[in-house]
Design a protein around this ligand. Sequence first.
Ligand SMILES: [Zn+2]
Length: 1089
Amino acid sequence: MKLSRQFTLFGSAIFCVVVFSLYLMLDHLQLDRTKNPSSGSSFPGQLTILQEKIDHLERLLAENNEIISNIRDSVLDLSESVKDSKGSPEVGNQSRVGYPELLASPPLVIPIQQEDCHFAAKPYNKPADGVQMLDVYDLLSFDNPDGGVWKQGFDISYNENEWDTEPLQVFVVPHSHNDPGWLKTFDDYYRDQTQHILNNMVVKLHEDERRRMLWSEISYFSKWWDSIDSQKRDAVKSLIERGQLEIATGGWVMPDEANTHYFAMIDQLLEGHQWLERNVGVKPKTGWAVDPFGHSPTMTYLLKQAGMSNMLIQRVHYSVKKHFAIQKTLEFFWRQTWDQDTTTDILCHMMPFYSYDVPHTCGPDPKICCQFDFKRLPGGRISCPWRVPPQTINDGNVKERALMLLDQYRKKSKLFRTHVVLAPLGDDFRYNEASEWDQQFQNYQKLFDYMNSHPELHVKAQFGTISDYFSALRPAAAVDPVSNTSPLLPVVSGDFFTYADRDDHYWSGYFTSRPFYKRLDRVLESHLRAAEILFSLALASVQKANKWNDFPSLENYKLLTEARRNLGLFQHHDAITGTGKDWVVVDYGTRLFHSILNVKRVMANSAHWLVLKDKGAYIHSSSMPLLQMVTRNPFLPLSLVIYNPTEQDRWSVVTVYVNTPRVRLQTASGHAVTAQVSAVWEETTRASREAFQVGKGLSLQKSLCLYSCIDLQTNYHFIVMRFILQRVKYKEGGVEHKVEVGFVWYGTTSNRDKSGAYLFLPDGEAKAYTPNHAPVIRVTKGVVFSEVTTTYQHVTHTLRLYNVQGIEGQSVEISNTVDIRGEFNREIAMRITSDLNSSDRFFTDLNGFQIQPRRTMAKLPLQANFYPMTTMAYIQESGVRLTLLTAQSLGVSSLKSGQLEVIMDRRLMQDDNRGLGQGVQDNKITANLFRLLLEKRSETFKPEWSYPSLLSHITSMYLNHPVIPMVVSPNYDSLTFAPLSPLRAALPCDVHLVNLRTIQAKEGAGPSHEVALILHRRGFDCEFSNRNMGLLCSTTQGKLPMGKLFSELSVQSVTPASLSLMHTLDGGRSQEEIQLKPMEIRTYRVQLR
Ligand SMILES: [Zn+2]
């Protein structure tokens, strides 16, 4: 059957060229290419080698009995519909027309300037007064002795006269912690509690100017703001101006810091700050994070870059808190490990006790402090579990009560180096009733009045905001306002994972809980970013063509805004963590899914404008759009637009679904492109007769590239065999490294406290996964990719090798579809076992931004050795590194030398007593996507610091930002299209375009003419070979010619700004060159036209 219809493909890569390749063993093929760079002639030989390797794999499969699994992306068809790869050898008898054009050989060695290598060669910062968290872990015994009234601490004593010369200064900071979803959905909490808290706040703060309140979640604040009249808004503004109400952090939510990617952390901060600037005109100065389950220095960096100078954290391992309390280092300058000077320092207060509730904030004794939570007065709904209730303060008891409270304040102050004490006063959803405001504020005021009127007590106590506290602390700690250093306070580097609040209760379960949604989050992130960039480009182009009124800019901007907010909401520490109630999880999931569909519309609408050759022919039709996203529904061959959302030129394999195996792909100019037709599997052993996948390697050197597909007479065959794959071997540089992939089960302990949404409490070491039935193995061989799929009862595991030159050919794609819905208290993990001698050391990323060295410690329980993995984890021995790159956040560990282990799903039948009140039983069929990369380093490693290679960074980017194909509607056959390259050239290898985000107009809900250009210069290790790796870029010491960044659009103005646009920075309105420091993330306010 011949189809005459032209199949036009446009690669609408924003910035781009993609290269993709797909085969398993890296060694010989690479060597062959090196010897013979003219790719065309070397392919037959390579094919043979590939064939041999696949055959070898099959033999291994047949021989062995273990577990491996596969790809069947059931989450959404999203990750599956696009597989990055590079075009490669021909199929059957097809001609090779157009081949050189698509397979132009990349340079063998990319030129990296020597200056760009200095940064990663330097060790992590270790100042004389500095503390590295990994060293602290070495010191601690984690013995957990009973500390008395302060159970996890120690007895505190003091002399009465210690404050005679310098009085104690106490700031009681009223706060209300409002989770945007947890036991109730965001909307239900708002309706039942939050709106009342905020309404009462306006009234009650106005009653007495000495009262203070802290608020941090803008998602709630903005919803409330929309519902109040202008009179009330003015009242709120006056409270803020008078310093009675402080907005702390000002993000859309108080984000989780373990599972979140820095793209989304920044986006929710930007959304919150932009909202505040537009509506209230306030710039937060202090970070406030009382509830995230462990703390990441990435958040610290982002707060600092956003212009904040102080921050507070709470959930830190109890042994670490105790150690810091003994050392009096609970207040410190938190510095990035990689910072070579002091520019990332931010003043941080770590709360010393168990919780942020009132019993654990006034001082060390919760039985006493609870008596100063006046919501717990007798007759109320809540009481003190220590069975001594609060007393209403009156003339008769004020002296006794004031002295009792002062004793706690004094003891707390003994844990710090200054005479300034912070005592937060609040809890979850507090101050919702007017009576509670009266109870707390009136009783505390009487206590303060008593203390302050007795000079012999040497105390000044008052309500304060968190910034009031820091304003008093800074001079007390002799912090130099210019250099931001203090002779009293130490410097701390590192992170605060993995959190334990008591005993062996480590919160490493939530690194994986509800993995389906953790994957969905990243799918929305990559689509939102792609849509933001395309929309910003389209808008500038529309403006340039004076067609502002023709383009549906307002409609699309509203969709983007909603998506930003839905993504922001999901970064909340009970959302992406998987620690909400079942129906709350569904609410989040619905929002994510809805926004994925919407940002796809924005992408299609924007690409529509951008690919049109004749802009005069532009007509927007929402009922009959020009472009639609490729779905799993097979279609007749049509024209395609392909969008590469990365800032690099790239080769990629793009997969689309068609209804015939006889398809041929060609470029817009009529050159044939190599493609591979594969089966679509309806069941494990039954291939669809109606649907086929076409995978093709495309060069995306243009933003919008054109390809057409006709009548490809492909030889295709699918083999179904019964084999089991045991191991995969990699070779590099003549040395063979064994890498086995297998699966294991964890159960939960038989103790009373069992694993749940937060906690991981395994019943000892993992047990091998032993399936009841022999697995079904499918082997697909092809010219573009080959894969082995093993289907077990609980997991379908696919190893895919891209047989193409370049980046994607350097790693193996691993895809696991996990289904443990029928299990009882079990967790399934993928364990990669290699022969690398990595000892007890491994490395995990933090939020996709930086690398944290880890050490597996025998003195800690197994669950304490798990850490969050957002984008990668690796192990290494002298000269060799094995990296597991991931497309979703999961918990990871390296329990034995040479191993990497990822928990992929958990099904737990009970609550783990952290307030959720349920287990995790809403498991879904969940697809996890990884890449495994083996690299050779020219020198041995230093274990104390580490950076990924450029290849690793870019492989991660390919994994996280797949190419997006769109189908051209047949109704628009008469139109002509033009490819687009918005960037004049690919950005340097180490510079990542985090976002190009259109800023909202001052008035209304539509877009302005300005965009926020957010750039990140990655830190990378130069000592890895960059020979023939397919890198198509160079480095420039972080320099970028801003005025010449874009090809068709001109940069009208460039204004350096703080990360979230709150502050305009010095540096002028330069259109000339800018320069980023290694690791730096910078935001510029840019006008394009
Ligand atoms: Zn919370």
